[in-house]
Ligand binder design. Structure first.
Ligand SMILES: Nc1ncnc2c1ncn2[C@@H]1O[C@H](COP(=O)(O)OP(=O)(O)OP(=O)(O)O)[C@@H](O)[C@H]1O
Length: 282
């Protein structure tokens, strides 16, 4: 995506290049005086075969955007497509099937089943769906993620990084069109976090996957091809080929704006940036 998302002309998604698309995507929670506009008419294209990171201040709508794009949450207005399929308006049963067949999820908590070993956890969603894994693909995923000698281990016998790699393999197992990762490194130490990011990168480069990752960490976002910046429910900026430093600088500008809004200016009138992003940089 080389132009700001808002400049793309609306219309049906060319299914070969765009993995997910939203037009005028609006999500409000609650009603009346307590209503919160979590997404405010967002236009976005998620390019196929790329690694996209979504960043923004707390409460800017990152998770809501991911949930709406993945059909995990209903929208208040606007349209969402997954590939060529418009998912807004689909019945819950069709949506469940579409999520199962076409989307992989990775969350901060790995959600592994403690009584199953790594191999069983990896194929569990497919087993539940009655699908047979493509053995060749699965072997590639397992080898790419370096899990070959851990397949018989249960989660408690694996390190945090290994558990997250199992969760990554589970997301990849059915070869989904799109992988959504919500803070996939949030619970990991920096070394394990880096490992998982490197594997997501490999999934994109070597396995041709499409990944969308929500993160607070500029270092994590630097592994992506493109960073989308959200503020107050809108995509306000994007950055191609990000570096951790450039992302951190961009995030600080949000903090400066926020500090000015909150009246948090220093004596000389310069805003005092919130150093949250520094603290979270690995
Ligand atoms: N179920 C809900 N009910 C009411 N308000 C909600 C709900 N979910 C999210 N919100 C509100 O919508 C806005 C966007 O939330 P969202 O979780 O998408 O932000 P975020 O950028 O992912 O935040 P964080 O970085 O803190 O996880 C916030 O103001 C939040 O309080």
């Amino acid at each position: 995506m080389s132009t700001p998302a808002a400049e793309h002309a609306p219309g049906p998604a060319p299914a070969d290049r765009i993995a997910a698309r939203a037009r005028a995507l609006t999500k409000a929670y609650g009603s009346g005086e307590t209503a919160v506009l979590a997404l405010d008419s967002v236009d976005v294209d998620i390019a196929r075969g790329r690694f996209t990171a979504v960043m923004g201040p707390s409460g800017s709508g990152k998770s809501t955007l991911m949930h709406c794009l993945a059909g995990l949450d209903t929208v208040s207005a606007g349209q969402v497509w997954l590939g060529g399929t418009e998912i807004t308006g689909l019945k819950e049963r069709d949506l469940t099937r579409l999520r199962r067949d076409r989307i992989g999820f990775m969350f901060q908590s790995f959600n592994l089943i403690p009584t199953l070993n790594a191999a069983e956890n990896i194929t569990l969603p497919m087993d539940i769906a009655g699908q047979k894994p493509d053995r060749e693909w699965l072997d590639r995923v397992i080898d790419t993620l370096g899990l070959r000698d851990r397949l018989k281990h249960r989660p408690a016998q694996l390190s945090g990084g290994q558990q997250q790699r199992v969760a990554c393999a589970r997301a990849l197992a059915s070869r989904p069109e799109l992988i959504f990762a919500d803070e996939p490194t949030g619970n990991l130490d920096s070394r394990a976090g880096l490992e998982v990011l490197a594997f997501l990168r490999e999934a994109v480069d070597n396995l041709g996957q499409t990944v969308v990752m929500v993160t607070h960490d500029p270092g994590a976002a630097a592994h992506a091809d493109l960073v989308l910046f959200l503020a107050d429910g809108r995509i306000v900026d994007e950055m191609e080929r990000p570096t951790a430093e450039a992302v951190l600088e961009r995030m600080k500008r949000f903090d400066v704006i926020r500090a000015q809004f909150d009246g948090g200016e220093g004596e000389d009138g310069t805003a005092v940036p919130d150093t949250r992003a520094d603290a979270e940089e690995k």
